[in-house]
Write a protein that binds this ligand. Structure first.
Ligand SMILES: Cc1cc2nc3c(=O)[nH]c(=O)nc-3n(C[C@H](O)[C@H](O)[C@H](O)COP(=O)(O)O)c2cc1C
Length: 388
């Protein structure tokens, strides 16, 4: 008798093995495209050429796929996380708005995938609660030789070469150079208002601090170079000029991804778009919790499970984000952020004020906001000019 293995331990242990991510597609018998995400795709044999994947016995999507004589394995690229999330849902309509073309055997070949492998079924056999599907390869091609999407510890990521030389991040270097052109204005603002000011840039999904002017009276918790994953409600200031797809990607980073929550974050973003700034009220317990999650994340080589903790702790800040300011009331603020209107082609940037004194009036906050917005507008003009 085999010893029973705890299912949580099984998942946790096997989740430490990384996989690629592929979408298996087919033209189902009903004439509609079908698809499912698999992390279990593997190459099996060269002669004859065979590949395999393991769908769950109970998978509705596989039941649907299987009505076709052929299927296509589409290997997803690192920039296709949102497509992956959509394809990993159950039910109909997951191909709505997804662009594809039929492969040689008629199966959908997804636009933007790294490669595709079209097969017929060689064998389908049961193995516990999954099937082992063996596919005989008919046609295949590399479509876009780029980094694939990887899945590890329940999180998405991408390959980074184990070189001795740190990979230069051209956007980060460009942003640091641009920030340099507005150093004086940012330092003057810090001196004038006696608060800490920093320039932040959005690099992929992170906010990175590329300039710091800490003339405030309160110690600054964010060092230069600090990188923080942008999770709703934070980061709205970087999204004021973003496309619908970029906003969707931001919303998808929230841990509590339901419709009400999305509407709430969208409303917060609209408020930032209208007002030209965002505020975060200080609530020591919630902020400490989020800071602790961030430190654990940074100290852990940015592991996915720590990233999840950051997402959770950050989304809990939603109630502190952009409170309505009432005349005569006193507020404790953690930060004020204003987007920098940069030219197209430049990464989104923002100026953040932190180290703010406690118990300030709405009127004083409004005067800070108006100075911050002036400096952000001037910075946008200087950066656009400095770029040429
Ligand atoms: C990264 C990732 C890998 C997955 N790998 C598999 C897999 O190998 N086999 C499987 O049956 N489901 C896998 N799934 C789940 C399915 O893609 C999909 O969520 C599920 O099949 C939807 O339910 P349904 O099959 O009943 O329609 C994976 C999901 C994700 C996000």
């Amino acid at each position: 008798m085999v010893k029973a293995v705890d299912s949580a331990l099984f998942r946790e242990t096997l989740g430490h093995y990384p996989t690629g991510v592929a979408v298996v597609t087919a033209m189902a018998e009903d004439g509609h495209p079908a698809g499912m995400v698999v992390g279990t795709f593997s190459s099996v044999s060269l002669d004859p050429p065979m590949v395999a994947f393991f769908p769950a016995v109970g998978s509705r999507s596989f039941e649907h796929l299987r009505t076709a004589p052929a299927f296509c394995v589409n290997v997803l690229a690192s920039d296709q996380e949102s497509l992956c999330r959509r394809m990993a849902t159950g039910g109909a309509g997951k191909f709505d708005g997804v662009s594809w073309r039929p492969g040689p055997l008629g199966s959908p070949v997804l636009d933007g995938a790294v490669s595709w492998i079209e097969c017929t079924y060689q064998d389908v056999r049961e193995a516990g609660d999954h099937y082992i599907v063996l596919g005989l390869v008919h046609e295949l091609a590399v479509e876009r030789s780029t980094l694939p999407l990887l899945f590890f510890q329940g999180g998405y990521g991408r390959f980074s070469p184990g070189s001795f030389i740190a990979t230069p991040d051209p956007e980060l270097i460009q942003a640091a150079q641009l920030a340099e052109t507005v150093r004086e204005q940012v330092e003057d603002l810090s001196t004038e208002l006696e608060v800490n000011c920093g320039v932040l840039v959005k690099i992929r999904g992170d906010a990175v601090q590329v300039l710091a002017a800490n003339r405030g009276t309160v110690a600054e918790p964010f060092p230069l170079g600090h990188r923080q994953p942008i999770v709703p409600p934070l980061g709205a200031a970087f999204l004021v000029d973003s496309t619908v797809a970029e906003v969707e990607e931001w919303l998808g980073r929230a841990p509590d991804d339901d419709r009400d929550r999305r509407d709430l974050y969208r409303a917060r973003l609209d408020k930032v778009r209208e007002g030209g700034y965002s505020l975060l009220a200080a609530e020591p317990h919630l902020l400490r919790h989020q800071q602790a999650a961030l430190s654990a994340f940074e100290l852990s080589d940015r592991l996915p499970r720590h990233e999840r903790a950051v997402r959770q702790a950050t989304s809990e800040l939603a109630e502190l984000f952009n409170p309505d300011l009432l005349p005569g009331e006193l507020y404790d603020l953690a930060s004020i952020v204003a987007p920098v209107p940069t030219a197209p082609g430049l990464p989104p940037m923002a100026i953040r004020m932190t180290g703010l004194p406690a118990s300030v009036t709405a009127e004083r906050i409004e005067s800070w906001v108006s100075r911050l917005k002036q400096v952000a507008a001037a910075a946008g003009t200087a950066m656009t000019a400095g770029r040429g």
